[in-house]
Design a binder for this molecule. Structure first.
Ligand code: SAH
Length: 259
């Protein structure tokens, strides 16, 4: 199989984890985008329970905790990411309000109507946008919120090369109107959507990755799989540069129906 045909699903998960542990973010995003999304959410107070799913090393969890008085449970499948998050929370004296735990976003251990807010940046694709929004709904209080980012087409038509890439990586990528309809159908009032700026991809995600890729390749210079994975990441960045008019990440903020 050549690199062009490989997908992210083909690589050794522990290598991927090690690579992403060396980055502050594991997906496109920014503090500004997190705070903008937070601005659409009302009624958060010191007893509010917030869950951050697929938190990674917790860049956005820390921003949320620094800008609200709420209590956070941050969940990720990978223990190495959770260890980094808990260490950072401790350093910033936020550990009394942030609890990082290992778990899966499709097996949540909360009560129905328990949560005020479910956050999920760059991670719902792991179980799919519709499945995630439908499954999480019951854990939210009536009037509680969900805020997620997801890969989205900006246009009705797109070149085959980029269609093929995303169709392999995440076939549920769809247009903004279709995703809004899915969110509404899953039991939410769609409060807001906005497109993440290019900076979220370039300066915040692809640029810091260059040094991380160099270090990773030096460490694993004899490992073919590591080399192929970095080739895949580079291709991801090059395709973004070429086709960024056609797709990006969109924040979707929904409020669970009260009635
Ligand atoms: N929210 C972070 C990380 C996004 S990357 C950021 O924006 O920087 C996607 C994250 O989802 C990774 O940390 C990955 O480990 C996590 N993940 C993958 N499958 C998961 C699952 N089933 N449950 C919880 N987390 C999962």
């Amino acid at each position: 199989m050549n690199t062009e045909e490989q997908t992210i699903h083909d690589f050794d998960i522990s290598l991927i984890c090690e690579y992403f542990s060396s980055l502050d973010r594991q997906g496109p995003g920014s503090e500004e985008a997190t705070l903008k999304a937070l601005g659409f959410i009302d009624n958060l107070h010191e007893n509010s329970k917030v869950v951050d799913l697929g938190c990674g090393t917790g860049g956005q969890t820390i921003v949320l905790a620094q800008n609200t008085p709420c209590n956070f449970t941050a969940i990720d499948l990978f223990p190495a990411f959770i260890d980094i998050l808990n260490g950072n929370a401790q350093k910033l004296n936020l550990h009394d309000r942030i609890k990082g735990v290992v778990g899966s976003m499709d097996h949540l251990d909360f009560q129905p109507n328990e949560l005020d807010l479910i956050w999920c940046e760059g991670a719902i694709y792991n179980i799919g946008f519709e499945k995630g929004l439908n499954y999480w709904n019951k854990f939210l209080k009536k009037g509680g919120y969900v805020a997620v980012t997801d890969a989205t087409w900006f246009t009705e038509e797109r070149p085959k090369e980029i269609f093929d890439f995303w169709n392999e990586a995440y076939p549920e990528i769809d247009t903004i109107p279709n995703k809004i309809a899915q969110m509404q159908k899953a039991g939410y009032v769609v409060v807001a959507t906005f497109i993440l700026s290019e900076v979220c991809w370039t300066d915040n995600f692809f640029k810091p990755a260059v040094a991380a890729q160099k270090a990773f390749l030096e460490k694993y210079k004899d490992n073919a799989s590591a080399g192929q994975f970095i080739q895949y990441e580079k291709r991801h960045a090059a395709l973004y540069e070429k086709y960024k008019d056609y797709y990006g990440y969109v924040f979707y903020i929904g409020k669970k129906l009260v009635g």
